[in-house]
Design a protein around this ligand. Sequence first.
Ligand code: NAP
Length: 512
Amino acid sequence: MICVTIGCGSHRRMLEEWRALAEDNVKFVELRLDFLRKEPQLHRLLPDRPTAVLATVRRPEDGGKWRGTEEERLRLLRALIAEGVEYIDLESDVAASIPRFGKTKRIVSYHNMSETPEDLDALREKILATCDPDIVKIAVTPKSINDVFRLIEFEKRANSQRGKPRTLAISMTEMGFFTRVLGKKWGCPYTYASFSKTRTLAPGLPYYKVMRDQYRYDEIDAETEVFGVVADPVQHSLSPLLHNSVFAEQKYNGVYLPFRIPKEDLATFVDRAQGIIGLKGLSVTIPHKTEIIQKLSFLDPAVETIGACNTVVFDGLNRYGYNTDYLAAVHSIEATIVGRPLNPNEPSPLNGLSAMVLGAGGAGKALAYGLHERGARVIIADRNSEKGEQIARWLGCEFCSWEERGGYVVQVLANCTPIGMFPNVDESPMELKYLRGGMYVFDAVYNPETTYLLRMARDKGAKTISGVQMFVGQACLQYKLFTGHKASVTFMRKVTRDALAVTRVRDADEES
Ligand code: NAP
């Protein structure tokens, strides 16, 4: 069950949001009465309740906004119980002083805004012994992935005890966000989400439509397979939306989550995530594509040569590393040259062509490797000559300085720098005069889909390949590696384009 939290300054607004949630088929709402600017008026809020309600009056030290005295707060909590709210949140240090009454269920909560205490079991035992809870809620602040895993193990232990009140363990950080979704796999009674997409009510609290529609929380069960993207930062990744949309479309019992893992925690995460959360597959992105290689047991040859892995499959004791970036880019360019997807045994149309790759970062190395592997003569241009030359030598390619890049006549041009990416949409890594009809021009940048470079190339009569094609292609290849099933390219492209349109509107709003 998802409990959607409403926190507003006015009674009128709180009631409006509550009714809107009921109309959207939400069944359980938490009213954060501590957010009200004036003294809470229960006669305005509680008659004709549109859904079941959990009433909470949180103190500042527990992350709340209550401005009154503690006596007033305790009086309000008792009044709420007398009014017969379905659930009441009582902090563990006051719960014993507020007796059970009527049908109201007691969620006894413990908050720690600075750390994750060592002995979580002892905390729970004390609450069970002294507070008469129906549900125990422990909300803490993990400092490392080990803390997050400790919290999950605690939640599993607690919920495996039959006949005892169920326990909800909450990680109030972005790093532990995935626990809010996955708890249902091991018997956690419910999860919290926010009414508002933008108003932050508690650290790590997601928007309810994301929890309900993207992560499909209500469908998660013990069998749900777990996948995700590991990155830092991770919140702008489109991959959760993309993979979860395909799971929903294919009715696949899987969930794909964002894992915000800092560099220093990557090794622990990879070593323990399979055992603790049943992780089956991982997309890997900045800054982990190189570091993760050390933790893998089998590497695709491309991963070894490029030195970057963007896909990990966990299978028993083995961890397999792949690079779907390079394959997706090469497949997209080949399909554009021959006008249809290439069959696996067909010779590559890239064989014998000359290609220039702009940039020698992650995407640049992947493209240079893929084009070279298909038999093209590849020249890498990078603004850092020392780094670029070294990479070119390693990959068996040629190198030219950034300033010299216009001096070559090539059939394939691949931009693998961020030049032209939103918001700098009027920039191009190559001047118009160097573009010709008959060329194949690829741009790894996918936001916007049609970059300035691609627009100029089309005007010159060149054929173009967008970063969206690469992005969708690599996601389809990952989906196959993860699940063994084929995802529809058309469906993935639509989801990606829709998401990019939303992202552009949001980013433009943030800029203005
Ligand atoms: P990266 O590892 O940081 O590499 C970027 C490369 O571009 C580096 O060689 C960098 O040089 C160079 N560069 C950056 N700004 C430049 C500038 N103003 N002028 C000249 N060179 C510049 O990044 P990446 O992961 O390869 O990503 C590059 C682009 O590809 C990004 O826009 C990314 O979103 C996109 N991408 C798309 C996909 C997809 O699926 N479509 C996949 C991966 C990446 P320095 O090393 O000197 O900074």
